[in-house]
Design a protein around this ligand. Structure first.
Ligand SMILES: [Zn+2]
Length: 372
């Protein structure tokens, strides 16, 4: 587990220690591996082959819109699958015990247009440490367009955010690929957090990643097709990718069952201990669907992921039973939606609620169990 940062958490670590003990015991008794699981290597081969075949068909074979448009949609889904499954485990060092394998897996993000260097700070350091803490977790910051926590300022037009935010989610990947990475690099910060600018090999990999992506997305296709055709297919692919990434992550944290705690004004400390905080700010979905777990890289087991980010996601279904039981034993809220659809509806409801005036009084208090 990782824990803590500049913001301090509650000090009662009994839940975390007992949970760690039960999970350690599970791996000891079953002999299963935490990382380097054969399922991951097989999945990596399938997804990378899927991305390559789809890209090659789209750029070199398709000759009519009814072939190229479905291929562009598939390419967006394949890129999302690589992000969820390979890059995410690699970036968390949950793929392998060998750092270079994790590095290679993490760099599949560069292949699909995002910098793995910057993602490490944005996701692993900032989001995972400060999850759902307004002003700290930069994933909650949608600019003026959205209010997703009760502690953000409400603007009049947020009343309609439950309608207009969905199409805007589609632009996430385009902004990320073309604007945000460069802006963060120049500013040397993500949200309110300062980051170390890349040097040496980190910088070389970052530049090589961007050059490879731009060559694959624009350079090579423009040698064979008109510019407007390339741009239209880029937008289709990126909108599918952006919408998929945004919705999967929002369903895990921005729903009415998740807590949005703030540090105490007096002590500057969050009331709940680190592991309790991670559990209560996160919601699982579709835990019984093997298809969803395979496609989303275990991100439907977000509670388990936030508690054990360095364990490969193929172990999450088994671990989730231990986590759920430990939560019951310690009176910690463990929340899930039965299906992905239920999770999406919960996010829709949350957006509508956050867009209405006077929502602060409806807050769920940390530690109040809520199950769906
Ligand atoms: Zn993560």
């Amino acid at each position: 587990m990782i824990s803590g940062g500049a913001l301090k958490f509650g000090t009662d670590s009994a839940f975390q220690l007992e949970l760690q003990r039960r999970v350690d015991e599970y791996f000891q008794v079953t002999g299963r591996r935490r990382r380097d699981c054969w399922e991951m290597y097989l999945k990596t081969a399938i997804l990378l082959a899927g991305l390559a075949v789809t890209y090659l068909l789209l750029v070199f074979v398709a000759h009519a819109w009814w072939q190229s448009v479905p291929l562009a949609v598939l390419l967006g889904l394949a890129a999302a699958g690589i992000g969820f499954n390979i890059q995410h485990d690699g970036g968390h060092q949950a793929y392998s015990d060998h750092p270079w394998i994790n590095k290679l897996a993490a760099m599949t993000l560069d292949l699909v247009g995002g910098s793995s260097y910057l993602w490490h700070y944005k996701h692993v350091v900032i989001h995972h440490t400060y999850v759902n803490v307004t002003g700290y977790d930069s994933d909650l910051n949608l600019g003026i367009f959205g209010r997703v926590t009760p502690h953000q300022r409400r603007l009049t037009f947020h009343r309609w955010q439950y309608l207009y935010l969905w199409p805007l989610y589609g632009f996430l990947a385009i902004r990320w690929q073309l604007v945000d990475d460069f802006r963060r690099l120049i500013a040397g910060r993500i949200g309110s957090h300062r980051i170390r600018r890349p040097t040496g090999w980190d910088l070389a990999f970052l530049v090589a990643g961007k050059v490879t992506f731009f060559a694959c997305a624009f350079g090579v296709p423009m040698l064979l097709h008109p510019v407007n055709v390339v741009l239209i297919h880029y937008v289709i692919t990126a909108v599918v990718l952006g919408t998929t990434l945004a919705v999967v992550f929002q369903v895990a944290h921005c729903v009415e069952e998740a807590a949005f705690p703030l540090p105490s004004a007096r002590t500057g400390r969050l009331e709940r201990a680190w592991a309790v905080h991670q559990t209560e700010t996160t919601v699982d979905f579709a835990r019984h669907s093997r298809v969803v777990a395979w496609l989303l890289g275990g991100l439907n087991f977000q509670i388990e992921h936030h508690l054990f980010p360095r364990i490969s996601h193929v172990n999450y279904p088994a671990i989730s039973k231990l986590v759920e039981q430990a939560c019951r034993d310690f009176g910690v809220a463990y929340t899930e939606h039965r299906s992905f659809r239920d999770g999406v509806i919960a996010h829709f409801r949350w957006l509508r609620r956050m867009g209405r005036p006077n929502t602060n009084c409806l807050l769920r208090q940390p530690g109040t169990a809520a199950s769906v």
